[in-house]
Design a protein around this ligand. Structure first.
Ligand SMILES: [Zn+2]
Length: 188
């Protein structure tokens, strides 16, 4: 056994046979090797300190009974508003708008809010972002059965709600994204 491959978690001593998470210093030195549970606990602590939901945290919280139940609940509340965005924007013209343009990427800027759309292999990704937060949604290009979901997030809960509200407002007042070569794959 060498220092590079510890067999037990540096924090709780649990066996690492089911995988581990490593952290490095800025110089690239291995700092710590910890188990997935300790890594999740650390992300939970980060969330409690900053209330920022990240994509990683969202997948950690995908199970309602996990220690991340509060994050799971927050993501579900955001998902409820995504449903509204799906109905009021995507199914109320954005889908047709993108189909007509046949451009892979489009963008719109309004009062500090950026809306970026990207179509690839039958999937549509829509990123809503400002200088503090971002939310990327995903849906199918032309399948009315498809339900819009959250692909990526880096936002506090209220910021995510705010991004969605502002995007719905921009759509309601008639603003439309325009073809933009700069927009590439988003939220990945
Ligand atoms: Zn551990």
């Amino acid at each position: 056994m060498n220092m590079e491959e510890p067999t037990n978690c540096n924090r709780c001593q649990a066996s690492l046979e089911r995988g581990c998470s490593q952290t490095f210093t800025l110089d690239g030195e291995l700092k710590e090797t910890i188990c997935h549970d300790c890594a999740r606990r650390e992300r939970l602590a980060e969330w409690q300190a900053t209330s920022t939901i990240t994509t990683r945290l969202m997948s950690d919280a995908a199970m309602p009974r996990s220690i991340l139940k509060p994050v799971y609940d927050a993501v579900n509340r955001i998902q409820e508003r995504v449903k509204l965005f799906d109905l009021q924007v995507w199914r109320s013209g954005l889908s047709q708008h993108l189909a007509q343009h046949k451009e892979r990427g489009e963008s719109l800027e309004y009062n500090g809010l950026k809306i970026l759309t990207f179509v690839m292999a039958g999937r549509v990704m829509i990123t809503l972002e400002d200088d503090r937060s971002s939310l990327t949604l995903i849906t199918a290009e032309d399948d009315p059965q498809s339900r819009m979901g959250i692909q990526g997030i880096d936002a506090r809960e209220h910021q995510a709600h705010d991004l969605l509200e502002r995007a719905m407002h921009a759509w309601r007042i008639g603003l439309r994204p325009q073809p933009d070569q700069e927009v590439r794959v988003l939220g990945m």
